[in-house]
Every structure is written in structure tokens, then in C-alpha cells.
Design a protein around this ligand. Sequence first.
Ligand SMILES: NC(=O)c1ccc[n+]([C@@H]2O[C@H](COP(=O)([O-])OP(=O)(O)OC[C@H]3O[C@@H](n4cnc5c(N)ncnc54)[C@H](OP(=O)(O)O)[C@@H]3O)[C@@H](O)[C@H]2O)c1
Length: 249
Amino acid sequence: MPRVASRKRRAWKRAAMTDVVTLVTGTRKGIGRFLAEHYVAQGHIVYGCSRQASDLVADNYTHFCLDVADERAVRRMMSHLRRATGRLDHLVNNAGVAAMNHAMLTPLSTVRSILDTNVTGTFLVCREAAKLMKAESYGRIVNFISVAAPLHVEGEAIYAASKSAVQTLTQILARELAGFGITVNAVGPTPTMTDLIRSVPQDRIDRLLASQAIARLGNFDDIVNVVDFFLKRESGFVTAQSLYLGGVC
Ligand SMILES: NC(=O)c1ccc[n+]([C@@H]2O[C@H](COP(=O)([O-])OP(=O)(O)OC[C@H]3O[C@@H](n4cnc5c(N)ncnc54)[C@H](OP(=O)(O)O)[C@@H]3O)[C@@H](O)[C@H]2O)c1
């Protein structure tokens, strides 16, 4: 259930036109946590979610404990948001999981868990968010893809395939939602030091970095810069795009 005081909820009922309402998925840690803190600091009304509880506390932050692949839970979160703010300006679909393994050693449970979170979860949150955005004829959606797909990283067949699916989803949703004033784009980070890649051997990371035009690890600011660009009101003519960092294409 959401951690939100009822007084606060009343105060936010129907966000003022000047308020910016931003939903970021996967905000307990890593890139999502940084994004949530960034938009909280900018004064947005920020909603976040993850399967485990978050210790991020701020007056303008509300956390939901849910799995993005759980349709009922996603619907509940969105109807809470609808009641609390009456609208949603931004969705950043950051929640994601990865596993590195040779295809022949990858169990079905891993395949299902990656596809559930990365593809089904991204789709469900996009679908429900778009219904809320449509009411205001305005919205910005940013999905997360990865350089693992264009670089065909060995050991990441299912992860990379899930991100290719998200890229296609982004391109098609961009067309389907354009008429409602909603843009849909994707950002593709390079390796960035979070728990997601902590177990990847250093020689693998070095090889990956060497295949980028700019051979260094990514950092949170590199990613936020791209997300900020896609979320700008002025970016209304930018949709269906996938922007890979580090010169990967
Ligand atoms: N780090 C990199 O090198 C890198 C590179 C390219 C792309 N990316 C992409 O960037 C995004 C963020 O990755 P990260 O590096 O920040 O990973 P991370 O540190 O492992 O964080 C993942 C976040 O997503 C949440 N999450 C995972 N599965 C979820 C689910 N089913 N429902 C709700 N929340 C879920 C996690 O919280 P809970 O565990 O509590 O659910 C956590 O807050 C992912 O989409 C990833 O594919 C990362």
C-alpha cells in the first residue's frame, strides 16, 4: 500500500496546473532512485514503486510497493494517482532486471522473470499511464533499453531481447499515442555501476566499454540528462526515438 499521509493526499487532491506529476518505476535503488531524488529536488509531485520498500522520504514523494508485472497492482497505483492528483505528466519506466548467463545455462524461470519485468511491466505501466495522460491530452513517457541489444552482448540473450522488445514497444506506442499529445521515447544506458551489473566480471565490462565510441562507464547524470530532454514540454516533436549513450548505435 502507498505510504502517503491522508492530510498530504487531500492537499494534493487535483494537482494545480503548475504542478508537475512524475511517476518513476524501480525507485528503491540504482538509476531509478537517483531519478526520483532528482525530480523530488525539482519540486515535482513524484510517485515511485518497487517490489521492496523504499527509504526515500520527502513531502512530495509517494512510494508504492508493487511488481510492475502485476496488472491489478499497477491499476491500483494508477487509480490512486488519478484520485490524488487528477493527472500524470511524466512516466519514466526504469524498473528492470538482468541476468548474465550462457543461453544453454539459462533456466526458464530466469527467462520468465526478465520478460515479465522488462517487457510486460513496461507495457502495463505505459498502458495505464496513457489512459491518465490522455485526459489532459499531454504526456511524456521514457522507457529504458540497453546497449546490450545493439552490441549483441554474449551472455545477455534474454536481457537484450527484452530490451529490443521495449524498443519496438516504444516505436509503436509513439504512433498510437501521438494523437493524444503523448510522446514515447527510450534511453539506452551503457554499463553504469549499480547492483544490476555488480556481478558481471570486470573483463566483460572492459570489453563492452571498448566497443563504445566513448570508452567509459556511464554515470547517473549522463542518463538524467537524456531523460530530462525527453520530458521537456519543448520536446513535443520528438517521439519514437531510442538514444543510446556512449556513442553506441
Ligand atoms: N546499470 C546498468 O549498467 C544499465 C545499463 C543499461 C540499462 N540499464 C537499465 O536501467 C534500468 C535501471 O537499472 P539499474 O542499474 O538502476 O538496476 P538496479 O540497481 O538493479 O535497480 C533496479 C530497480 O528496479 C526495481 N525493480 C526490479 N524489478 C521490479 C519489478 N518487477 N517491479 C517493480 N520494481 C522492480 C528494483 O527494486 P526492487 O528490487 O525492490 O523491486 C530497483 O529499484 C533498468 O531498466 C536496466 O535494464 C542499466
